[in-house]
Write a protein that binds this ligand. Structure first.
Ligand code: SF4
Ligand code: SF4
Length: 410
């Protein structure tokens, strides 16, 4: 099928106007690669690498072409060709295999980065030109302010009438860079009447490995997570990063030989969906917030988890807040996992459009449900000199919620 319905919605096609950078063109390339009609070449690789794997094309495809699965398989073929020839991206591999896949190393990296930021070394290094020489300018510019070490584990008990128990998937980057959102997630679930269990020794969800052409490493991470979260008694597995949530929700497809993978995936809830669908207690109100709040819809929340309406609905509970969607929310912001590091030019062009929309909307706050989008958009906001806070919608809700115990004390 080649109806072309997906073509005008593809962010990379809209920029390049090249059919080979459109979903239809890439599907043709991937099919030719699979049939050995086309060899691995620089040109083929450039078109497939430029894909964001945002899956907007998959959502609108009337023929249900499984684009997400196809691009994962094609990238695995390309990565294998690199391994055979000894080429590849050593820094990228070190980041994924040395840190993202190893939580203890990632925590250590977090402590080093915090020291780098608070000691003043960051300013010196930025001025020295060393980052440019090492090719780390882009990576370093996207670094958020790393908070002090935080740990989440054990069971956080429900408040008020107990309704059940959920498990929390913390996510590797989110646990390091955005503990506020995890605290907010636990607090709101507790206020809704749910115990929150945070199993120790969780792993990365596998998304970054999967999209970088290393499905074997991704599957290993997935198998370990399935084991870690296999305890009885939890009715949902909550995630506060839609990028992780999208991958967790598809473990059943990625690990088809493990019967537990399907039930694991069936329990996955993005936190906004869980809060919106699990009966908000009547005594739980919000403090007013007279601010304009722009809502960004991450691709993973819209195209895979199909829950992009939930943050908007929840934020409308805050009195006085003006909730406005970021225009062109169906187009990727350019973050896309590690895409903004491997394809910085296209990523910058896509983010520049978001920054322009923000300039016109002039919100006080930008909310987004995915840590990768949040970090990348926040770096763009900083670079543009704009005074807009970028925060997870659930963190904003938790800041405004009135704790029923405070009402009693008042
Ligand atoms: S996944 Fe996104 S970038 Fe890739 S072809 Fe589909 S719409 Fe275009
Ligand atoms: S991928 Fe789907 S929407 Fe795109 S051209 Fe093919 S059939 Fe049409």
């Amino acid at each position: 099928m080649a109806c072309g319905l997906c073509v005008p919605l593809c962010p990379t096609y809209r920029k390049s106007r090249n059919e080979s950078d459109s979903p239809r063109g890439r599907v043709a390339l991937m099919l030719a690669l699979a049939k050995n009609d086309l060899p691995v070449s620089t040109s083929l690789e450039s078109h497939l690498s430029l894909c964001l794997a945002c899956r907007t094309c998959e959502r609108v495809c009337p023929s249900f072409v499984p684009y997400g699965d196809m691009i994962v398989s094609a990238r695995a073929v390309l990565a294998a060709a690199h391994r055979d020839t000894g080429r590849g991206r050593p820094l990228h591999r070190l980041l994924l295999n040395g840190f993202i896949a190893k939580p203890a190393n990632l925590r250590l990296l977090g402590r080093i980065l915090r020291l780098y930021q608070v000691s003043g070394l960051q300013r010196l290094v930025r001025k020295s030109g060393l980052l440019k020489w090492l090719g780390l300018t882009e990576l370093e510019a996207n670094l958020p302010a790393i908070p002090g070490p935080q740990s989440f584990h054990g069971v956080y008990p429900a408040q008020g009438e107990r309704k059940g128990r959920v498990a929390l998937f913390t996510g590797c980057v989110a646990a390091l860079a955005d503990p506020e959102t995890l605290r907010a997630t636990i607090r709101l679930c507790n206020l809704l009447g749910y115990d929150v269990e945070v199993p120790p020794k969780q792993n990365c969800c596998g998304a970054l490995h999967l999209h970088s052409g290393d499905p074997d490493a991704a599957t290993q991470l997935m198998r370990r997570n399935i084991e870690i979260f296999s305890g009885d008694g939890t009715e949902a597995l909550i995630t506060a990063a839609s990028g992780c949530g999208a991958t967790l929700s598809e473990y059943g497809r990625h690990v088809p030989d493990d019967p537990a993978a399907r039930s694991f995936s069936g329990k996955v809830f993005d936190i906004s969906r869980f809060l919106a669908e699990h009966g908000w207690p009547e005594n739980l109100a919000f403090k007013p917030l007279p601010k304009r709040i722009a809502v960004h819809d991450p691709c993973t929340l819209a195209n895979v988890l199909h829950g992009q309406d939930k943050p908007h609905a929840l934020l409308k509970k805050i009195p006085g807040a003006e909730i406005v969607p970021l225009p062109e929310n169906h187009l990727c912001c350019g973050a896309a996992g590690t895409y903004h590091l491997t394809q910085p030019d296209m990523a910058h062009r896509l983010r520049a459009d978001k920054i322009e929309h923000l300039r016109r909307l002039a919100p006080d706050v930008l909310v987004t449900s995915n840590i990768g989008c949040a970090l990348y958009l926040a770096a763009g906001v900083r670079e543009a000199g704009m005074n807009i806070e970028v925060v997870h919608p659930v963190a904003l809700l938790a800041r405004q919620v009135r704790d029923p115990r405070d009402e009693i004390r008042e």
